[in-house]
Design a binder for this molecule. Structure first.
Ligand code: HEC
Ligand code: HEC
Length: 374
């Protein structure tokens, strides 16, 4: 074993973090340590997001241009537990790549072990959502969204000031912030730059290579008979006679994004008044009672990987989801008119499920560009 590694290994027994790349320079540094000059390259390389022609043009946020160095920094921050309380929790603890960046739980569980209010969302194809982030669309910009999980008691439960001190004192991050944003001193590492880097990384997570894409847009594969049935006569709406009761998922989850991001009540709750929803969703953002119980229509891409389903994770399986839509809503006054209920034979159900499974991008869960750099 090389001598350095041996020493490092032995030393680790005494000071656990000492050989890790992001170990602090010192544990109780004097205040000056958070304001030191940074050297090294400071010319970020502009990055153009490449998306296949069959997807919409990505939304460009002029307040946060993408750069190679910004994206790489964001990836590290996304996966680094340095961002959570006691350096013990990261974004990726709730947004796991193998589950298309969800957590497999009905409602998210944070660093304190307490259960949150809603289900963790899939951070995929963020570049195509113009309607605000989270289930209720409350954050207009992707980088604004990233501020909250860090300080939310039910998520990472940390003060941004403490995170910034750790970042400023780390061995690795100051150079990375300089490379991404051209700053000259560690004190210029701010919350805004950290969340902008995270958002740059998130913008690059694009799922566009599912069986569906290969059949319909790339013409390299064929649907099975079952998938074809699911597509033609159940999911999409083209050939449906007006007034026929039909799943018509495509009304709201149409190709190519499979979720139009509009706010709707898809008939989940049987409430007697619009004030009675347990979670009023978009109503809290718009301030209109008619929006109570409405949530953003999410993408169905990778839906086979992201159970349980809905904003509160109430359905464990896609079968349960189909049963919900087939039985129709509850006649609540702001339910979407396309929630009608419909007959669904076993054969049709299997076909619709097969179609939904064709929306999984099989390369996403292991794509090295989106995986942990540590
Ligand atoms: C405790 C689990 C948890 C942690 C940790 C967490 N999230 Fe989330 N995330 C959620 C939940 C729950 C939602 C839905 C929140 C809502 O609608 O109120 C969400 C929503 C999101 C969304 C919105 C996606 C969309 O389609 O609108 C983004 C983006 C996101 N998180 C990024 C992050 C980032 C970045 C971090 C780290 C700084 C992070 N999350 C940490 C649970 C978590
Ligand atoms: C009227 C519009 C509309 C129609 C039609 C519709 N959906 Fe949805 N869908 C929504 C909305 C809105 C949500 C989010 C609801 C929530 O979580 O409160 C949603 C959520 C979902 C989810 C959960 C996604 C997740 O990430 O948890 C699945 C799965 C789903 N729909 C599948 C379908 C299928 C399959 C069909 C056809 C049978 C369908 N939807 C028809 C609007 C619609």
């Amino acid at each position: 074993m090389p001598r350095f590694l041996l020493l490092c290994g032995l030393f680790t027994l005494f000071l656990a973090a000492s050989c890790e790349p992001d170990a602090p320079i010192c544990e109780n540094c004097p205040e000056e340590e958070t304001d030191a000059p940074i050297t090294g390259p400071a010319n970020p390389t502009a990055y153009t997001l490449e998306v296949p022609s069959y997807l919409p043009r990505p939304i460009v946020d002029e307040t946060n241009p993408l750069t190679v160095e910004g994206i790489e920094l964001g990836r590290r921050l996304f996966y680094d537990r340095i961002m959570g309380r006691d350096s013990a929790f990261s974004c990726a603890d709730c947004h796991k790549q193998e589950l298309a960046f969800t957590d497999g739980l009905p409602k998210a569980v944070g660093v304190s072990g307490r259960t949150g209010r809603r289900s963790a969302m899939s951070i995929v194809n963020m570049a195509f959502n113009p309607n605000g982030f989270n289930w209720d669309g409350r954050d207009g910009k992707l980088w604004e969204q990233a501020v909250h999980p860090v300080e939310d008691m039910l998520e990472m439960d940390e003060d941004w000031e403490a995170v910034l001190i750790r970042l400023r004192r780390s061995r690795d991050y100051p150079q990375r912030f300089r490379a991404a944003f051209g700053i000259g001193r560690t004190s210029e590492i701010t919350q805004e730059l950290a969340v902008k880097a995270i958002a740059q990384f998130e913008m690059t997570i694009i799922a566009a290579d599912s069986h569906f894409d290969r059949v319909v847009y790339r013409n390299t594969e064929f649907f099975t008979e079952e998938e074809q049935l699911g597509a033609d006569s159940l999911f999409f709406i083209e050939d449906v006679p007006v007034g026929a009761l039909h799943p018509g998922c495509g009304h709201c989850h149409n190709a190519p994004t499979f979720g139009d991001n509009r706010f709707r009540n898809n008939g989940l709750d049987n409430v007697s008044s619009l004030e009675d929803f347990e979670d009023i969703g978009f109503g809290a953002v718009s301030g209109s009672r008619f929006d109570n119980g409405k949530f953003r229509t999410p993408t169905l891409r990778n839906i086979a990987l992201t159970a349980p389903y809905m904003h509160d994770g109430r359905f464990n399986t896609l079968e349960e989801v189909l049963d919900h839509y087939a039985s129709g809503g509850h006649g609540v006054e702001n339910e979407d008119p396309n929630i009608t209920g419909f007959p669904l034979s076993e054969r049709q159900k299997t076909a619709l499920l097969a179609f939904l499974r064709s929306l999984t991008d099989e390369s996403l869960p292991t794509d090295p560009r989106f995986s942990s750099p540590f």
